[in-house]
Design a protein around this ligand. Structure first.
Ligand code: SAH
Length: 347
């Protein structure tokens, strides 16, 4: 059965028309899903019994169920969801002073094969539907509703490569962004890619308000080839040209994510190369503490080395921030909880 979360506002109105109902029915259904946030079609009390029965023949609302939850001492909550086919995906809720941000997964597993990442430990099994991404947000929002709290920000930075599932991710963003539903502002939605260049062009041409983040992690092709296989398909010069196109066309600032890996990409020389690479771009660098993954040998830098790297970039007039670590005491690295659960399931 398909989830009603698969439909954005316009599509749900069309669905109503297809049933021979008024367009307004679609609007009502959207309100039930995103304003009242019901999980049962039967709860849509201002729809006729007949309408509800018709919907129930083909649709369900939430295709995910929460099967595990880890709460960190800093308030970070990691959710493990089971989808209708038994697959597991994760989301993480993080508390910031500016609001609550949820990190959603876009695929079951990932094929990008980044050498330091826990997600790639399990190869991609399939793309998530847009409804399964919406469901991650709504399941968590429903829990927050009990405390009168609200998710204000979304980052598509969980397991998976969003630009390897472009259409569904864009549909998901349109659904949660819609002002007749959750109304999460476009500038509060961030999509992070490892650098699938053709989709960066498509994203630029879509002219949305969503933020773009690029996982860079290395300032030269030799090192980036080692860390991120995607660089062999789209090397830095090709990536940077796409990025320049995006910033010029949209007049938007973008973020480069850079995990500091001890002894790998954290030298003065790397900082100088990085500054040179992004010099003059409307961008800033987000330095990320590495969540160590048992299966990989990489280590995070210490605070002093991170600060040193930060200073080197600042001195070269690069805008830079250091990301605060969340959920250090739980399995917060992308894919860690899921990988562990899958392992238990196989035992
Ligand atoms: N595939 C997309 C989005 C998912 S990964 C992308 O590559 O951007 C989200 C971010 O988390 C990426 O910057 C990724 O490189 C980073 N990341 C992966 N494993 C990590 C780890 N163990 N510790 C910290 N960041 C990690």
């Amino acid at each position: 059965m398909q989830s009603l979360y698969d439909f954005n506002y316009e599509q749900i109105q069309q669905l109503a028309l297809d049933y021979g109902w008024k367009k307004f029915r679609g609007h009502q259904i959207f309100q039930w899903l995103y304003r009242k946030r019901v999980f049962q079609i039967d709860e849509m009390s201002d729809l006729s019994l007949d309408t509800r029965e018709k919907l129930k023949e083909s649709f369900i609302i939430n295709p995910c169920k929460i099967v595990d939850k880890q709460v960190s001492s800093d308030g970070t909550v990691k959710y493990l969801f089971e989808l209708s086919d038994g697959a597991y995906v994760e989301s993480v809720l993080m508390i910031y002073d500016y609001g609550k941000s949820i990190c959603v997964s876009s695929q079951v597993g990932c094929n990008m094969g980044c050498d330091f990442c826990a997600s790639g430990l399990l190869k991609k099994r399939r793309d998530l539907t847009s409804g399964e991404m919406v469901a991650q947000v709504l399941s968590v929002q429903k829990e927050l509703d009990e405390k009168n709290e609200r998710i204000s920000h979304i980052v598509v930075m969980g397991t998976g490569e969003p630009f390897d599932n472009y259409e569904n991710v864009m549909n998901f963003a349109a659904t949660v962004n819609h002002d007749r539903g959750l109304g999460i502002g476009g500038r509060h939605i961030t999509i992070s890619t490892c650098g699938i260049v053709p989709k960066i062009y498509a994203f630029a041409q879509a002219h949305t308000q969503y933020n773009l983040a690029i996982s860079l992690h290395a300032p030269n092709n030799e090192l980036r080839n080692q860390l991120m296989p995607v660089n062999k398909a789209y090397p830095l010069e090709v990536l940077m040209e796409a990025v320049r196109y995006y910033t010029t066309l949209n007049n938007r600032r973008l973020t480069f994510e850079y995990i500091l890996l001890r002894g790998v990409n954290d030298s003065d020389e790397h900082a100088a190369q990085l500054a040179k690479l992004i010099h003059g771009l409307n961008a800033y660098v987000n330095l990320i503490p590495y969540n160590e993954v048992d299966e990989h040998g990489y280590r995070s830098v210490d605070v002093q080395s991170a600060m040193k790297f930060y200073d080197k970039l600042m001195k070269r007039n690069i805008r830079v921030t250091i990301r605060k670590e969340h959920g250090g005491d739980i399995d917060a690295a992308c894919g860690q909880l899921r990988a562990k659960k899958e392992k238990q399931r196989m035992e």
